[in-house]
Design a protein around this ligand. Sequence first.
Ligand code: DU
Ligand code: SF4
Length: 234
Amino acid sequence: GSVAALDRVLADCRACPRLVEWREEVARVKRAAFADEEYWGRPVAGFGPADARMLVVGLAPAAHGGNRTGRMFTGDRSGDVLVRALYDIGLASQPTSERRDDGLRLLGVRFTAPVHCAPPANKPTPGERDTCAAWLVRELQLMKGTLGSVVVLGAFGWQALMTAIPAAGWSVPRPRPVFGHGVRVDLAPADPATPRPLAVFGSYHVSQQNTFTGRLTPAMLREVLADAATAAGL
Ligand code: DU
Ligand code: SF4
């Protein structure tokens, strides 16, 4: 298997009835500003090179962002903040992320999410999180030849990643590390097929709830991303 093949199969997933209905309803009704666009309305795969050294794990695609464009962290305010920060530290080819075909390249970094379909109120259920976890395990397994660090945006993604990690080949300490902004945890390989340790970093999520209130500033985000890039050898 390859990451590209995984991304193709993922796009046909219909395992969560509530999310299938929501992603398709949002795509039918649309937001007035995007009335002339065809929404993606399907699972949104990870974005960025398959041989990335660094993975950024969010929460889920935005209803009118990734669920519209078909590309994770594109066309919404969260993506604007994240892509700008990556551009500022040399890991994205351009500072903005507006459309699926805008030419953005991520340099050594890939975006993914523990839930690949847009959820109502940006809130997946625990059951949906657990159902989608198999895709994250697979993505981590396929990337582990190059992967050296992960930046997790928010507690939901942290919980999902820590749950997925043992099945992907690294050991998680007990008690399980607690999420926080600036937290770093170094995970040792748990099997011979896993070539290197994984440095996992926590950051507050790039949602407007955090960026508009100043809980997460651009400088705070850049610092975590830069530390993770260094840990991954970027
Ligand atoms: O399928 P594609 O997204 O056009 O990717 C082609 C090529 O570019 C593949 O080797 C991954 C790499 N790439 C990248 O470096 N950064 C990105 O954001 C997306 C793809
Ligand atoms: Fe499938 Fe994940 Fe979407 Fe559920 S959230 S339907 S598991 S892709």
